[in-house]
Design a protein around this ligand. Structure first.
Ligand code: ADP
Ligand code: MG
Length: 832
């Protein structure tokens, strides 16, 4: 075995892939042999247990005897092997038909044997099983040599002999067994084991591999380390594995690796589970909001930064972790920023905790400074030259320009995949559709273009597709959000198309409104994106903006999220952690005090803080719910209105993603009508419509057909059900009584208003809605059921504002103005 290992590492150094493959094959056969023997042993044990010592029939008795015999022989032979007694991988196969082997048609054996069974009634089997093993071996080795002599040593033939280690069930039993699938099973195992060997080889080609020992030593020597390396160098997938292998989990403590994006957490966990050859959720798992895919066994846990933040609430010293890796720290997500402050503090009183801060950009000094001059470990990257192309003039419509560029690249450029950055799901779906239509139009005139979208809400089963290589002759184009900038590395990208935009959360503390805006990216982002094309060879990046705009208009760095977000949620979490003095909290880049103040005011208005800024009982309950404070408040308030069951449903539907309904172009009117039905009772509103959808779906027995009939996405519904289950459990924990309002929907609307009273608008005489207090002109989103209600309600409460061409209210419900004074007097009385 050691020889083998030496040979492998030598081959690795030489880059001799065919020797590596041969070695893989040898090692695989060894593994497989072991597995087979183990299986056999288990079977014997099972049989013994099953028969309980009392043999039912002669056949069963014989079967067990046969298995024991084989098992004994294999073991007997193992010692000979060590003495060098040739033939390592052969094991007796009592039923192999000599004639078949001789003709090199090993893989038809199984079928033949069944034919034989049918007419010979197992007679042949008995004949063979009575033959001694030595006799069979002699016969076989003759065959083997005979075959070689005749020059049949083709690949196929080698395989024939290598594979001759299968066991089959006794023929005597075959009459009672429906099918013999041993061969299929063996082939499946084959494929798995081969994949595993390849994965292990791949792991060793990643840049971080060469620095494994040095890195482990650095981690052993220092408590806090900043790790910097290009995207794709193996930081996220490898370092946790190295730490696990090096024994950092042996003390029963886990390794946490945080990601700012949920898709990255899921996808990377899946990959690492595959590399470690374990089932996802066992040793390797992930935890994202409303989805916990971990178990007692889990030692390597990928999670969103927000989830680790939540865990602080229950475990302020993070006692169950031995290592915390704050990955993608350069993204500076709001949760990551808070985490940095918190883990820095924990590290002070837990000297046994190892802390790794990992970043894909080179301005690591800032992290090092923040962590009291922690050492920076640089993983030198491979980066090939990337040619940057700019447009000559600014593009009016970047989506059109992007489509045109992708198609142009596809027909003019040599092989290599394309990565196109877009801003969100809707845009990606539009581009996907246009590309499909246009390539279909061209038919076979151009090579196949495989289109792979990736965005946060993409169903898990489709996420893996972006990593699959395109079939020979075809080209892959990945349509991605910012997630492909650094969080996910897709191999084989040679061309990047970058329109230069991304969707960012932007918040105005003055008006208290937060919205998602499509904005130009920073220079740093543009350079990261370009770099995605030069990972495996020289690349090209096509920027859909001008060089002038890059130099003059773009910011150098993206502003950290904490400086452009509503801080209510963060302040609530910090308060719940007992951090009262927010001004002296150790922020890497402190948020503007105006923003902090605003958050305190909002939380006070929601009743989460008292006038001294201390957490109230309501606030404590709200902090336990992983929801925006406004939605959390609506749930807490629903108890008072006797509609907590309904609010639970509404909150789950709101949290399950935006796509509840779908609207096929060719049946748009039918879909709209189906949808409008849920807005029954005139001005019920979108929240109640969501409630109606869920209730009917549940009454249908969660039927997929029901979803089809009503133009509802069953995937969203299933997710809503999952979310609901988890919220239910949390409600129990914070002791919110579960009550249903039994159809009195005003209570539901009141509870919504209790949380969202700040998101209210009034229709003015000119017919336009203005938000209360901030007096912005807003519109009902066309996707809202309320967009078609005549006459439109005078007062509405909405879930969120989205800014595209106008400012749109999404999820709109009618309210009565007197509720505002009843529910939020402190907010509406004095100034109105
Ligand atoms: P880094 O964190 O340094 O950016 P990663 O550890 O994420 O690097 O990636 C290392 C390698 O693993 C890359 O080549 C990437 O393509 C591959 N990889 C990561 N996730 C997956 C996945 N889900 N499927 C296939 N390959 C993956
Ligand atoms: Mg990474």
């Amino acid at each position: 075995e050691q020889d083998e290992r030496a040979r492998r590492s030598e081959a690795m150094d030489r880059g001799d892939t065919s020797e590596l493959r041969r070695s893989s094959r040898r090692a695989y056969l060894e593994m497989r042999k072991k597995k087979k023997v183990e299986e056999l042993r288990d079977e014997i044990v099972d049989d013994e247990l099953l028969f309980g010592g009392v043999r039912q029939t002669d056949a069963e008795e014989r079967e067990l005897k046969r298995k024991k015999e084989i098992y004994g022989l294999v073991h007997g032979r193992a010692s000979q092997e060590e003495e060098g007694a040739g033939d390592y991988y052969r094991m007796p196969d009592a039923y192999d038909d000599a004639a078949n082997v001789d003709q090199g048609r090993r893989f038809s054996v199984a079928r033949r044997r069944h034919d034989d069974d049918a007419d010979a009634g197992g007679g042949k089997g008995r004949a063979f099983s009575e033959e001694s093993w030595e006799e069979q071996q002699i016969r076989k080795s003759h065959l083997q040599f005979g075959a070689k002599d005749r020059g049949h040593a083709s690949d196929e033939y080698e395989l024939v002999f290598d594979d001759a280690i299968e066991f089959v069930k006794s023929l005597a039993m075959a009459g009672t067994e429906p099918e013999d699938d041993t061969d299929e099973l063996a082939e499946e195992i084959d494929a798995k084991v081969m994949l595993q060997m390849e994965l292990q080889d791949q792991r060793k080609t990643l840049p971080v591999y060469k620095f494994k020992d040095e890195l482990l030593k650095a981690i052993a020597d220092h408590q806090i380390i900043i790790v910097v390396g290009e995207t794709g160098s193996g930081k996220t997938t490898q370092i946790p594995q190295y730490l696990h292998e090096a024994g950092y989990t042996a003390n029963g403590r886990k390794i946490a690796c945080t990601q700012p994006r949920r898709v990255a957490a899921m996808s990377v966990a899946a990959r690492v589970a595959q590399e470690m050859g374990v089932k996802l959720g066992h040793e390797v798992g992930y935890s994202i909001r409303f989805e916990d895919c971990t178990s007692e066994k889990t030692v390597v846990k990928y999670m969103t930064d927000g989830m680790l933040l939540r865990e602080f609430l229950g475990e302020p010293d993070l006692g169950s972790y031995g290592v915390v890796i704050v990955d993608e720290a350069h993204e500076r997500s709001i949760s990551t920023d808070i985490l940095l402050g918190l883990v820095k503090d924990v590290a002070r009183f837990r000297p046994d905790l190892k802390l790794l801060i990992s970043s894909a950009t080179l301005n690591a000094d800032k992290f090092s400074d923040f962590f009291d001059m922690a050492p920076v470990f640089k993983i030198p990257g491979r980066r090939y030259k990337v040619d940057i192309h700019y447009t000559v003039a600014p593009e009016a419509d970047y989506v059109d320009a992007a489509v045109a560029t992708v198609l142009q690249l596809h027909v003019t450029q040599p092989s290599g995949d394309i990565l196109l950055f877009l801003t969100g799901q809707e845009e990606i779906e539009t581009v996907e559709e246009i590309l499909r239509r246009r390539t279909r139009g061209l038919g076979t005139k151009i090579a196949e273009l495989v289109i792979c979208p990736i965005y946060a809400n993409l169903p898990t089963e489709l996420q893996a597709k972006i990593f699959e290589p395109a079939p020979p002759g075809a080209r892959k184009v990945v349509l991605a959000t910012n997630i492909a900038e650094t969080s996910l590395t897709i191999d084989g990208i040679s061309y990047v198309v970058d329109p230069g935009f991304c969707k960012v959360k932007s918040y105005s503390p003055r008006t208290g409104t937060e919205s998602l805006l499509v904005q130009p990216i920073s220079k740093a982002s543009a350079d990261q994106r370009a770099g995605r094309s030069g990972r495996t060879g020289p690349g090209k990046c096509f920027r859909l903006f001008t060089e002038h705009s890059y130099n003059k208009d773009m910011e150098d760095e993206t502003v950290p999220e904490i400086q452009r977000s509503n801080l209510a949620s963060v302040v609530l979490s910090l308060k719940a952690l007992g951090i009262n003095d927010l001004v002296s909290f150790d922020f890497m880049d402190p948020p503007a005090s105006e923003g902090l103040l605003r958050a305190l005011e909002d939380l006070f208005a929601l009743g989460a803080l008292n006038s001294r800024g201390e957490l109230t009982k309501t606030g404590r309950r709200m902090a336990e719910l992983p929801l925006d404070p406004m939605l959390a408040k609506a749930i807490v308030a629903s108890e008072r209105y006797g509609c907590s069951e309904e609010l639970l449903t509404v909150a789950s539907m709101l949290s399950a993603g935006n796509a509840v309904f779908y609207r096929p172009k060719d049946r748009a009117l039918v879909a709209d009508a189906a949808r409008q039905r849920f807005n029954a009772g005139g001005n019920a509103g979108d929240h109640v419509a969501l409630l109606n959808v869920y209730t009917e779906w549940e009454q249908s027995g969660h039927s997929a057909q029901w979803c089809l009939d009503h133009f509802v996405q069953s995937r969203t519904m299933r997710r809503a059900r999952d979310v609901r289950e988890q919220l239910e459990a949390l409600m129990e924990r914070v002791e919110i009584e579960r009550r249903s309002c039994a159809g009195d929907l005003d209570t539901v609307r009141k509870a919504i208003t209790a949380g969202f009273f700040r998101n209210t608008a009034q229709r003015r005489r000119d017919g336009f809605y203005r938000t209360l207090k901030s007096w912005r002109t807003v519109f009902v989103h066309p996707s809202s059921g309320m967009a078609r209600v005549v006459p439109p309600p005078r007062w509405v409460v909405y879930h969120e504002l989205v800014e595209t061409t106008k400012e749109y209210m999404r999820q709109v419900t009618e309210l009565k103005p007197e509720w505002l004074l009843e529910i939020a007097p402190h907010y509406y009385q004095e100034s109105n």
